[in-house]
Design a protein around this ligand. Structure first.
Ligand code: GCU
Length: 936
């Protein structure tokens, strides 16, 4: 990219301002005058078209791009012409109209011509049209022309001269899709930027946001979008919904984007009233054939379908004794006459750490060659679930006779959500570039999924999106770089991360050299930094159920840290056999400790803390160093952003500065939690640092009683070479009162203290951040998850649900399966009793619960007046969502909770009568009920 100085030029002409959608002038000019550019809200993403601030380039562009020549047509070619005209008018600060033919100097000619490189290819060249020198965009077909138009705009936005214009491009992947995990109610599973961008409830009405969405996808070459969650609601293919989706499909079509839908495999039962969803049942086949025909009547160019089956509680073919291929082929066959495809997800697993890495491979490998031609297996980048680092999925290169595509996660479920900056392009490139050796050296994942390795027409990539209805789309302004980078890599995985990051920065913020250098640097280093202070050496799942908060206690099975060592043995020789799924020499490299790459060491091997890495450090010292260095680096990232103050518009600068403040806090929490955990486990002192630390006592949340004094037990340890005196305390927050407790510990010693605390009354789920003082020694502080339950004497209703005999929380009444409803009772089951479980942990309210896979109803006498009912849900094991209905209407649904997490569901109930509470979960899974409370 050419760097040009634009000193002394102050941007902003009346023509540019009059263009209306102009988003402020370029950075340098403003920075040089010391005044920040006008505020922006991020809503235009990288499709900002501010006046070109470089005088020389502006003159050049104005000379060569006077008007657009394009046929009078709609569809992608028409969209391309419109985008060029509007964008150039804004970028060049004067009207760039659309004409039908060349008439005068400076035409930008947009046209199509069939090409060997395919309909999505394009060239950008200089040439003569009707005797006039012209800049010519030639698309292999309409979509190609659209992508060419966006390429030209990129050049202008990033200040590249068009002097020697000679571009020939074609996409490497046939399918380049966005996957949205958006629900019918507007919520977004693993969405961290607000609610769904589609506004399902308001459809068929469309807004400007829908257009911006489509333009943004098209601008980076994406050609399809699956608009609803893989945990699919069957209503998406109900007739009313199809009607509502038509205008959206039409809008997307105009930008070269095909609409796809996620299907619920049990739709024939849910929508059709059939008694089975068995793929071999003639009625089921008929139902799908008719339904899919109806869908294509509504949306004739629908791309096809995505299915998550027999995974995490979703229905599928396995329950009927059929295979995943049978399931996929059922849909594929019905879609084939309409030119549709089915993407069938390979994400099947047990919630069991031992099995998880192996299940998808073991399930799908034997099915190779059994899938229909219009079916494609969609495989996550790694064998687990979008962890910070995983080896490439062993299914890549294991299915030579099956169409395969890759699924990446753009939304940062496990990589800091919208709080941490984590630019994932380097992570994705590592996977694309992974050499499977399936057909000899050079059989990269990129090559396999493009279809080239096995000569398959279908192939490509899907990215689980990070967009929401927040004004800036991604909540963290810099997270939109992931959206952009995903698309650019889908187009060409061979692009350089630096170039992609720089391009996005210039488009999004401006061409000021300093700004570009700082932001590009922040993006490029951020994944490695995130790895450093979170999950070193390939360990995964060091988090709580929110997939955000550090908690190595929650899922110890994944890192297997004990007194001697850590890591997950996935070798053939002594572990779960996973390394054997790879082709040679990859399998050997992974199997042999001495060859195993450091960055995957703990993913593949269990090693002693003193094991030496290739870097020469021991594993434990690496854990300490990477966490301290990583967290310190986040502090420097924050400072580098702060130095940009005044160069970037105040609004986006301040929004992002706030994100960096939170990012830094969280990085320190990660550092303290993980370094502290590993010291507590290993008792190996850090060679470079000394500290004292406080860690939670167990892996589950503790339960405190609101409105009474409790003692909170904290584990303290001395990670210094000398004896130390430690004083621990708890914060006084929102009406809480607390004290302190102290302890003297020898070097490497540990012990517990009981700190008094009186929480406020209302039920809460929160984390307590203890304090710790010990002279001048720094303190590592891990947070303690806490559930509070109001003292029974302050409640109208205080119920501890569970078995008929386990201990009750003081002041709470028992609810067990034995409590059947009787007239005049306070509560009781109607229409059948549920089950119960007792996990035998310390906290009476948390240790047991009532549960069932069937929906069960509890009748409850609610005292007069309006009340809020609080329902406690959770388990020491993972729990699927619990849905609570009040008199038949859904009042609350809990999220999927990983083991040891609990949540209070709060909702209003009418008083002065009985209400019927119905508890249910997803099919085949248990709902949970641990407690019920109404405050007085
Ligand atoms: C992850 C994620 C779920 C999602 C699942 C999937 O486990 O946490 O929310 O449904 O992946 O990809 O199907």
């Amino acid at each position: 990219m050419t760097g040009v100085t634009r000193r002394g030029f102050v941007a902003g002409t009346s023509a540019a301002v009059a263009a209306g959608w102009l988003s402020g002038a370029a950075g340098t000019a403003w920075a040089d005058t010391g005044t920040p550019p006008p505020d922006e809200d991020g809503s235009r993403l990288w499709l900002r078209y501010p006046l070109v601030a470089d005088r020389r380039l502006l003159d050049e562009y104005r000379r060569d791009l006077r008007y657009v020549v394009a046929p009078d047509t709609d569809g992608p070619l028409g969209s391309a012409a419109g985008e060029l005209s509007r964008a150039l008018t804004s970028l060049l600060g004067r009207d760039v109209p659309i004409r039908r033919k060349v008439d005068g100097a400076g035409p930008l000619v947009l046209r199509t011509a069939a090409s060997d490189a395919g309909p999505e290819s394009y060239t950008l060249r200089r040439g003569r049209v009707d005797g006039t020198a012209a800049v010519i965009i030639t698309g292999g077909a309409d979509r190609g022309a659209l992508y060419g138009a966006f390429h030209l705009l990129r050049l202008v936005q990033t200040h590249v001269t068009l002097d020697r214009l000679d571009v020939a491009e074609r996409p490497r992947n046939p399918l380049r899709l966005a996957n949205h995990w958006d629900n019918l109610d507007g919520s977004v599973e693993r969405g961290y930027a607000g609610r769904s961008v589609f506004g399902f409830a308001e459809l068929p009405e469309l807004t400007e946001r829908h257009s911006t969405y489509a333009r943004a996808l098209a601008s980076v070459g994406l050609n399809g979008t699956v608009i609803n969650n893989v945990n699919a609601n069957a209503q998406f293919i109900a007739p009313e919904m199809l009607f509502k989706l038509q205008p959206l499909a039409a809008l997307l079509r105009g930008w070269g984007i095909s609409l796809y839908l996620s299907l619920n495999f049990a739709s024939p039962m849910i929508l059709g009233g059939l008694t089975t969803a068995d793929p071999f049942d003639a009625g089921v086949k008929d139902w799908w054939r008719t339904k899919i025909t109806e869908i294509y009547r509504a949306i004739p160019d629908l791309g096809g379908f995505l299915v998550k089956a027999d995974s995490e509680g979703q229905p599928g073919p396995i329950s009927y004794g059929r295979t995943h291929a049978d399931g996929a082929n059922l849909i594929a066959e019905a879609a084939a006459p309409h030119g549709g495809i089915v993407m069938w997800r390979a994400f099947v697993h047990d919630f069991n750490a031992l099995e998880w890495s192996n299940k998808a491979y073991e399930t799908f490998k034997p099915l190779d060659g059994k899938f229909a031609d219009n079916a494609i297996v969609q495989i996550k980048n790694g064998p687990i679930d979008f962890q910070v680092r995983e080896p490439a999925h062993p299914l890549f290169g294991a299915l030579p006779n099956t169409n395969a595509m890759m699924e990446l996660q753009v939304t940062q479920e496990y990589t800091g959500q919208s709080t941490h900056l984590c630019y994932l392009v380097p992570q994705w490139q590592e996977v694309y570039g992974f050499d499977t050796h399936a057909e000899g050296s050079g059989t990269t994942v990129a090559k396999i999924i493009s279809g080239r390795t096995y000569g398959r027409e279908l192939g490509g990539v899907a990215g689980v999106m990070n967009l929401g209805d927040d004004t800036d789309w991604t909540r963290h302004q810099l997270a939109a770089a992931n959206t952009h980078g995903y698309g650019r890599l889908a187009w060409n995985p061979g692009l350089k991360a630096r170039d992609i990051a720089e391009e996005w920065t210039r488009q999004t913020f401006g061409n000021d050299q300093r700004e570009v250098a700082v932001i590009t640097g922040l993006l490029l280093g951020s994944w490695q930094t995130y790895l450093d202070y979170t999950n070193p050496l390939g360990v995964s799942f060091l988090i709580k159920g929110d997939h955000f908060t550090p908690s190595p206690q929650t899922n110890t099975g994944w890192h297997q840290a004990d007194a001697e060592g850590t890591g997950f043995d996935r070798t053939v020789a002594t572990g779960n056999g996973f390394t054997g799924f790879y082709h040679r020499p990859v399998s050997d490299r992974f199997e042999n400790l001495s060859d195993c790459p450091d960055e995957l060491l703990l993913f593949l091997h269990h090693v002693p803390y003193g094991h030496r890495l290739k870097s020469g450090k021991t594993v434990i010292q690496h854990v300490y160093d990477s966490h301290f260095d990583g967290a310190a680096e986040v502090g420097r990232m924050r400072d580098r952003w702060r130095e940009l103050r005044g160069r970037i518009d105040a609004k986006r600068w301040a929004d992002t500065a706030e994100r960096f403040d939170r990012h830094r806090e969280q990085a320190i929490l990660w550092r303290d939690t993980i370094a502290g955990y590993y010291f507590a486990a290993s008792r190996v002192l850090d060679e470079r640092r000394s500290w004292v630390q406080v860690t939670p006592t167990g892996n589950a949340a503790i339960c405190l009683i609101g409105g009474r004094e409790n003692l909170v037990r904290l584990s303290l340890a001395n990670a210094s070479a000398a004896e130390a005196e430690l004083v621990a305390g708890l914060p006084e927050r929102d009406g809480w009162t607390s004290g302190t407790a102290g302890l003297v510990l020898p070097s490497k010693g540990d012990g517990t203290v009981d700190v008094p605390v009186t929480p406020s009354l209302p039920p809460q789920v929160l984390t307590l951040r203890p304090t710790l003082r010990s002279g001048d020694l720094p303190a590592l502080i891990a947070e303690q998850p806490v559930i509070t339950a109001p003292a029974g004497e302050h409640c109208l209703l205080a119920v501890d649900a569970g078995s008929a005999s386990s201990p009750l929380l003081d002041g709470y009444r028992r609810l067990s399966p034995a409590d059947a409803w009787a007239d005049g009772a306070a509560y009781g089951w109607v229409g059948g009793a549920p089950q119960s479980r007792d996990r035998n942990i310390a906290a009476p309210l948390l240790r047991d619960f009532v549960n069932d896979t069937r929906a069960r109803a509890l009748r409850l006498t609610v005292p007069a007046g309006d009340h809020e009912l609080h329902v406690l849900v959770g388990d020491v094991h993972d729990s699927f969502p619990t849905t609570v209905k009040v008199d038949g209407k859904v009042a609350a649904v809990s999220e999927f909770l990983l083991g040891g997490s609990f949540t209070w569901l709060n909702f209003a109930v009418p008083g002065g009568r009985t209400v019927e509470l119905e508890f249910s979960s997803v099919p085949g899974q248990h709902w949970h009920l641990n407690g019920l409370v109404i405050l007085s």
